[in-house]
Design a protein around this ligand. Structure first.
Ligand code: NDP
Length: 307
């Protein structure tokens, strides 16, 4: 029986773990599908306060994890496959194991959105990627595409220019969701070639188990064209990891968990923190802040209910 079970080990989950551990609650953290969350997929983080020279995302996460462990947080590998929040203690299933918690903090984060093409599904890991930091190295000297028009797409495209000979940035509109500074940086980079408004309709060659080209459709002229590339980076945003909670916890129309009075969900004693409940700010520092809030809310709840 745990006082606090934290689902997710990204910035939000680990900050909740630090706070809960320091409150002597001995939290259990369940790592999830992507231990360390999205920060582990980034390179330099320059906007997390306290690091004037920046810090690598994976390093920042490692620090947070060690900090939580130092105060007594426990960690379990694996992803949550089911939850029963009908009665306290709550039950959290991870494969064959069941954990029981007096309170739960859901900090399961969000995952990369995909284009939905069959070829994309088949070629993921074979030329199709959602993580420039993880896979950029494999595209040294190669021509690639990045799909998307937000900050992630700009950031990935800029990062990939370190390796790729040319980066084609495909976006479905002429206007960009990306912030001006990121867009300007991408536009100023001679290796990045913008193709708008266009969509990727197909990726070949599934038969050869590698990316050889993308089929593009110009959305103004409807003209189709083939672009010879060896890599496709999908950078079109994220989906909250809330599937396992959907019939149980209230969500908004996009599936993000709804919270009130800080981090409270619709079930007393179940709290939510980080990107799983935030589609607006989505920053490491805001995720950390909301992890802190959730741990303090859980602590207060335990106190009020006499543990
Ligand atoms: P966004 O939701 O901001 O952008 C997603 C982009 O992908 C949009 O341009 C969207 O097009 C496009 N898109 C969505 N679905 C499809 C599809 N099926 N086919 C083609 N294109 C599609 O997500 P991001 O991940 O870029 O950014 C999320 C948040 O994180 C933002 O707030 C951003 O500012 C922040 N961020 C900040 C960074 C930084 O400051 N360094 C780095 C990375 C992210 P459309 O515009 O037409 O909807």
């Amino acid at each position: 029986m745990h006082n606090v079970v934290i689902i997710g080990s990204g910035c939000a989950g680990l900050t909740a773990a630090i706070y809960a551990a320091r409150a002597n609650l001995k939290p259990l953290v369940i790592d999830g599908y992507e231990p360390g969350g999205q920060l582990t997929l980034t390179t330099m983080v320059e906007n997390f306060p306290g690091f004037p020279d920046g810090i690598l995302g994976p390093e920042l996460i490692e620090h947070m994890r060690r900090q939580a462990q130092r105060f007594g947080a426990e960690f379990r590998a694996g992803a949550v496959t089911g939850v029963d929040f009908t009665n306290r203690p709550f039950q959290i299933t991870v494969g064959r194991e069941i954990f029981r918690g007096k309170t739960v903090i859901v900090a399961a984060g969000a995952s990369a959105r995909m284009l939905g093409l069959e070829a994309e599904r088949q070629l993921i890991g074979h030329g199709v990627s959602t993580c420039a930091t993880c896979d950029g190295f494999f595209f040294r000297g190669k021509e690639i595409v990045v799909v998307g028009g937000g900050d992630t797409a700009m950031e990935e495209a800029l990062f990939l220019t370190r390796f790729a000979s040319r980066v084609h940035l495909i976006h479905r509109r002429r206007e960009f969701r990306a912030t001006k500074i990121m867009l300007d940086r991408a536009r100023a980079n001679g290796k990045i070639h913008f193709i708008t408004p266009a969509v990727v309709e197909d990726i070949s060659d599934v038969g050869k188990n590698s990316v050889e080209a993308v089929l593009l459709r110009d959305l103004e002229t409807a003209q189709k064209s083939e672009l010879l590339v060896e890599g496709v980076f999908v950078a079109i945003g994220h989906e909250p990891n809330t599937k396992v909670f959907r019939s149980i916890l209230d969500t908004d129309e996009n599936g993000y968990l709804s919270t009130r009075n800080g981090s409270q969900t619709n079930i007393q004693g179940v709290f939510a923190a980080g990107d799983v409940q935030d589609h607006h700010y989505r920053q490491a520092v805001t995720a950390a802040g909301s992890g802190c809030m959730a741990a303090m809310d859980a602590e207060k709840f335990l106190e009020a209910t006499g543990h």
